[in-house]
Write a protein that binds this ligand. Structure first.
Ligand code: G3H
Ligand code: ZN
Length: 280
């Protein structure tokens, strides 16, 4: 299926009051697993590469991006490529040529005015490349030493979207990045107020820590893009560990990487089906 765009998937989901799942990929096994899981669920999906993942790939964005693009083109479901949590202008400026249709620009660590100024500049750079751009207001936390508990104010969000020109907004509503238990409690009343205050789609980050029932309620309340990363790494690590423990003599990397890939694919399917993100 030809590569689709994040803007198209999220816009369609937003109009239908549903959401598209977006999974962070670090290795080729992640890419293959996300596509396989989405195909098993019969759902469109976004493959996300974060700036941190690019750093892990020794600063090279193209090898993983190109692999993701080929996997997306061969998928039986619509797949889009998204560059996630970008802070570097240099990386932002290379997004379109690397095959991404969208970026998330992350200046949420900055005070409001500085976040707005940086995001406005990023919107200009992104739109010049015909990219759909998401930004964050109200730091979601969990990446580093940040405290959980930040919340996005609806009135501030409305002004931020109007003045920055972003196409979607990541909001702080109770989720926290990199949780390994699904115990986050979302503020559904706030999601409803943000949805009412904004015309652009809302994005939920840190969704690995949110139970299915809360994710379903969040989507019903206006979240149109659900970002998941840690859940895949948990599934992969657990499967690799079990494979190595079951056979301490194993040397063929395909054995444990294959087990990891299989476990991630099942996780993708379980989340997409469990949260009801199968609409195309
Ligand atoms: O942008 C990526 C997501 O926010 C992933 O968060 O690893 O906590 O699921 P997570
Ligand atoms: Zn995130």
């Amino acid at each position: 299926m030809p590569l689709t765009t994040t803007g198209e998937l999220v816009t369609r989901a937003h109009a239908a009051r549903t959401a598209v799942a977006a999974f962070n990929v670090v290795t080729l096994e992640h890419v293959e697993a996300v596509v396989a899981g989405a195909e098993a669920a019969g759902a469109p999906v976004v493959l996300q590469v974060s700036e941190n993942a690019v750093a892990f790939r020794q600063g090279e964005v193209l090898p993983l991006a190109r692999a993701a693009a080929v996997a997306a083109e061969r998928a039986l479901v619509p797949v889009a490529l998204h560059l996630d949590h970008v802070q570097s202008d240099r990386l932002l400026d290379r997004a379109a040529e690397a095959g991404f249709s969208s970026v998330m620009y992350d200046a949420s660590r900055l005070p409001y005015e500085a976040n707005l100024a940086a995001t406005r500049a990023a919107v200009t750079r992104a739109h010049a490349q015909d990219l759909w751009i998401e930004a964050e207001l109200g730091e979601i936390g969990g990446k580093g030493a940040h405290v959980a508990g930040a919340r996005t104010d609806p009135a501030e969000a409305r002004a931020f979207v109007a003045e920055s020109g972003v196409d979607a907004l990541a909001v702080a509503v109770g989720s926290v990045h990199a949780m390994t238990t699904r115990t986050a409690a979302l503020d559904h009343e706030l999601i409803g107020r943000l949805d009412a205050a904004l015309d652009v789609p809302l994005v939920l980050h840190g969704s690995s820590g949110v139970p299915d029932r809360d994710l379903r309620a969040a989507v019903a309340g206006g979240i149109a893009k659900v970002n998941v990363g840690t859940a895949l790494n948990q599934a992969m690590t657990r499967a690799v560990r079990a494979c190595l423990a079951a056979d301490p003599d194993v040397v063929d990397a395909r054995r444990y990487l294959g087990a990891g890939r299989e476990a991630m694919a099942r996780t993708v399917e379980r989340i997409v089906v469990g949260v009801g993100l199968t609409a195309t």
